[in-house]
Design a protein around this ligand. Structure first.
Ligand code: HEC
Ligand code: HEC
Ligand code: HEC
Ligand code: HEC
Ligand code: HEC
Length: 159
């Protein structure tokens, strides 16, 4: 290595170590609670003020994230509330979960392969994506304030 590169190498290494140490001390704090979530959808983009909801409005994470799992972060709603319970969902949904424990939210045990008809969880009680979002946003707003009436579409959706 040419000697003039040595100082810069040391500086870069120092930054990397500081970054790594910071990550160990405060594991992903900033990334684990998104400030805002942008949702593109057929009704017009929704900008969800996630951090305000989680901090200023005084709710617990699990008021909304009801996945019942012991972990530091949460799964996206869409991993359990798909657009449709179709062939794609059947084939792809196990990949949305980081561990087997997550399967138990809906299955009696973690399935290893294709399931007999009677071992498949009922899709009747699991709301699809639109109903999961509208349902949770609206029912809390009805109780605690926030847009919920029939004419409030554009308080959430961009025109
Ligand atoms: C008022 C409801 C609400 C509260 C309270 C809330 N969240 Fe969320 N959170 C959401 C919604 C809705 C999303 C969007 C999920 C999606 O797009 O599927 C989300 C997304 C997330 C994501 C990104 C998930 C992903 O992979 O897309 C993380 C991580 C997260 N929240 C963590 C937290 C933590 C930690 C807390 C508590 C400090 C918290 N949330 C409080 C509703 C909430
Ligand atoms: C690990 C899977 C999983 C995740 C992740 C998940 N849900 Fe659910 N959700 C379910 C299941 C299963 C049901 C069916 C009823 C039950 O078992 O509680 C349900 C029920 C619901 C219901 C109807 C009943 C109720 O509790 O109000 C709403 C609304 C809902 N989910 C919204 C959401 C939203 C919004 C998110 C993301 C912030 C989310 N869910 C994340 C699995 C999940
Ligand atoms: C949000 C609830 C939910 C979670 C969580 C979940 N599943 Fe499922 N799973 C279902 C439903 C509902 C069906 C049946 C779908 C149908 O009948 O169309 C199913 C079906 C299956 C099938 C059968 C597919 C087929 O073609 O016969 C397998 C395999 C499976 N799941 C594996 C898993 C694994 C592995 C996990 C965890 C890593 C998991 N699932 C997590 C709801 C869930
Ligand atoms: C657990 C309760 C709860 C849930 C779930 C919830 N909200 Fe709220 N939301 C509130 C409260 C409380 C306010 C503040 C009302 C006030 O102070 O006027 C609010 C305000 C808002 C506002 C206006 C102010 C702002 O921060 O932008 C919007 C838009 C909004 N919510 C969108 C959503 C969307 C979209 C969802 C679903 C993804 C959602 N909310 C889910 C409780 C909730
Ligand atoms: C409290 C906020 C809020 C209000 C009020 C609201 N929506 Fe939504 N809407 C959402 C969220 C969040 C989603 C889900 C976004 C996603 O799927 O990523 C959504 C999704 C949709 C979708 C997309 C469905 C799809 O499959 O792509 C349509 C259409 C829609 N809303 C229509 C309406 C109409 C019409 C009204 C008024 C009667 C309304 N919304 C009021 C938050 C809201």
């Amino acid at each position: 290595m040419k000697s003039r590169y040595i100082p810069i190498t040391i500086i870069v290494a120092a930054f990397c170590m500081a970054a790594a140490a910071g990550y160990v001390l405060f594991p992903g704090e900033a990334q684990d609670v998104p400030a805002r979530v942008v949702m593109e959808n057929a009704g017009g983009r929704v900008l969800f003020t996630h951090k305000a909801h989680a901090e200023e409005y005084g709710f617990e994470c699990t008021d909304c994230h009801h996945d019942d799992l012991e972990r530091d972060t949460f799964l996206s709603c869409g991993s359990c509330h798909p657009k449709a319970f179709d062939e794609t969902f059947r084939a792809e949904h196990p990949k949305a979960f980081p561990d087997k424990e997550a399967c138990l939210r809906c299955h009696d045990e973690a399935p290893e392969g294709p399931l007999a008809e009677e071992d498949r969880p009922s899709t009747e009680d699991i709301p699809l994506r639109l109903d999961a979002f509208h349902g949770q946003c609206m029912s809390c707003h009805e109780e605690n304030g926030g847009p919920t009436e029939d004419d409030s579409c554009y308080e959430c959706h961009a025109r």
